[in-house]
Design a protein around this ligand. Structure first.
Ligand code: HEM
Length: 483
């Protein structure tokens, strides 16, 4: 029996010292892992430098990981980039499993991420989505040469505006946003904040795989200098916003924001510092806007490529909303088919496809002994396409979720867009509220066409490298006033 549990899962043959590092694609990791799973099966082992790595690609093994051994797999790897940006693990997302993480998670779930809190931010979502609709309307009325909307930019802008305003309680430059994509100071500042944070979190350091020599090579390559520069830039930006809040009389902060709540938490506890606040805000910024925006863009892409489903979902949104001009969050609760569309888009294109954990101790999964400190990637992209669970897995068919009990809450292991177990996404209700509201209003107000001379079949599904799986090439569509 012991012999059996010691066998190692299959995987590509590596080289001495570096293992499989030379084959590892760190830019589109989930697609690389998907290919490996097609070749080697649902459990693949790799040696990435000094890091033993396991890739899980089936719902049944994911269930073992998250249900039977969740405690063992509740830690995250302490990577150079994430440690720096999280102020050495003072955040939630990149903190190792510990008493600190448990307390922080409880605190944040109660104060920041509860359903009630998410509802309290609804006016912000409503206002930003209305602004988006207004700007698209202008574009729809423009002449043929100017009516193409870059959906990727538009959706990223509305999502980051919502998140920025939810985090800090204010907008920038209300006045000059008469263009789709709002190319103004706010947009540029948020864009910089987002891209810098994303890039730093995802930055590649050899030290993460070769602790002894990696540090030296990273220094030679200038990776540390770049990371330090980003970190100090972001730190200064957050400090400026905190200072503005502390001297609230100098700015008009009308809305209660996440930062207000965090400052209150700081004044209630002497152990809570400004670094804690910045680390949590950093998590929120990186985890919240990008993921929801990616979800909307993938859903729109799939709908445009599937006209019968597009027609059906628009019919539902317009029937339920009636003539009142805006889909609100009471309406979205009743949009069963739209919810099925979102689930189906997340099945095919989960915005955060890799659930990353480190094994805290030895344990046996699928009859195989996993050693402590093994890095485990659960690939929800592959699991969502597993033909054992999904009929015609490559086909976009939201109907499969109508009258189905399969949900995204982390109990149905064949569909895990928000993860599962103790480290599951705490912002699910806010993320879903944002995704559904933006998508519903895009579908309610407009009919969408590809630009003249293009075909829907030409819209590609390539993915951008990064922590969040964005559509690589921007989705550009022509809006026609629909309702
Ligand atoms: C459509 C939107 C979203 C998607 C698809 C998504 C997905 C995910 C996934 C897959 C994880 C990793 C879970 C795991 O390892 O099991 C995660 C973690 C996390 N998400 Fe989200 N997320 C979304 C929106 C949000 C929002 C709006 C927030 C904040 C309000 C948020 C905050 C977080 C945090 C803090 C973590 C780390 C949790 C921990 O490690 O304890 N997410 N998210």
């Amino acid at each position: 029996k012991r012999k059996k549990s010691n066998r190692s899962p299959p995987g590509p043959r590596g080289l001495p010292l570096i293992g499989n590092m030379h084959q590892f694609d760190s830019s589109n990791t989930h697609l690389y892992f998907y290919q490996l799973s097609l070749q080697y099966g649902p459990l693949v082992s790799l040696q990435l430098g000094s890091v033993r790595t396991l890739v899980v690609s089936s719902a049944s093994i994911a269930k073992e990981v998250f249900k039977n051994h969740d405690l063992c797999f509740s830690s995250r790897p302490a990577l150079v980039g994430t440690q720096k940006l999280s102020y050495k693990g003072l955040d939630l997302a990149f903190s190792p499993y510990s008493d600190y993480w448990r307390n922080m998670r409880k605190l944040c779930t109660n104060h920041l991420f509860s359903v009630k809190r998410s509802q309290s931010f609804y006016p912000i979502r409503e206002d930003e989505v209305s602004r988006m609709v207004k700007t698209i309307r202008k574009r729809a009325a423009a002449s043929a040469d100017f009516n193409v909307v870059n959906m990727t930019k538009t959706v990223m802008t509305v999502a980051s505006s919502i998140i920025f305003r939810t985090a800090f309680g204010k907008r920038y430059n209300d006045d000059d946003e008469d263009d789709v994509g709002y190319d103004n100071k706010m947009s540029r500042q948020i864009h910089w904040l987002l891209s810098e944070t994303q890039a730093s979190f995802a930055s590649f350091f050899l030290k993460d795989y070769f602790p002894l020599v990696g540090c030296f090579i990273d220094t030679l390559c200038g990776s540390w200098t770049r990371l330090d520069k980003s970190f100090y830039g972001l730190d200064a930006f957050y400090q400026q916003l905190i200072d503005e809040h502390l001297h609230a009389s100098t700015v008009s902060t009308q809305e209660c924001s996440m930062l207000d709540i965090l400052l209150q938490m700081k004044s209630d506890s002497s152990e809570f510092s400004f670094d804690h606040i910045k680390a949590i805000l950093m998590d929120f910024i990186v985890a919240a806007s990008d993921t929801s925006a990616a979800a909307v863009v993938w859903a729109m892409t799939l709908l445009v490529k599937n006209p019968p489903q597009m027609k059906k979902v628009q019919q539902e949104v317009r029937d339920i909303t009636g003539k009142k001009g805006f889909v609100d969050e009471n309406d979205t609760q009743n949009l069963a088919y739209l919810k099925a569309v979102v689930k189906e888009a997340m099945r095919l294109h989960p915005p955060a496809p890799l659930l990353v954990r480190d094994a805290a101790k030895n344990c046996v999964v699928s009859g195989i002994e996993i050693e402590a400190n093994t890095r485990v990637y659960v690939n929800t992209y592959t699991i969502g396409r597993d033909p054992e669970f999904w009929e015609n897995p490559e086909v976009f068919l939201p109907e499969r979720f109508m009258n189905s009990s399969i949900d995204i809450k982390g109990h149905d292991y064949e569909l895990l867009p928000f993860g599962a177990g103790r480290r599951m996404c705490p912002g699910m209700s806010m993320g879903m509220a944002m995704t559904e509201l933006v998508l519903a209003n895009l579908l309610y107000s407009f009919n969408w066409e590809v630009p003249p001379g293009e075909k829907t079949a030409d819209i590609d599904m390539a993915t951008l490298p990064g922590l969040t799986a964005h559509k690589k090439n921007h989705l550009c569509l022509v809006p026609r006033i629909g309702y």
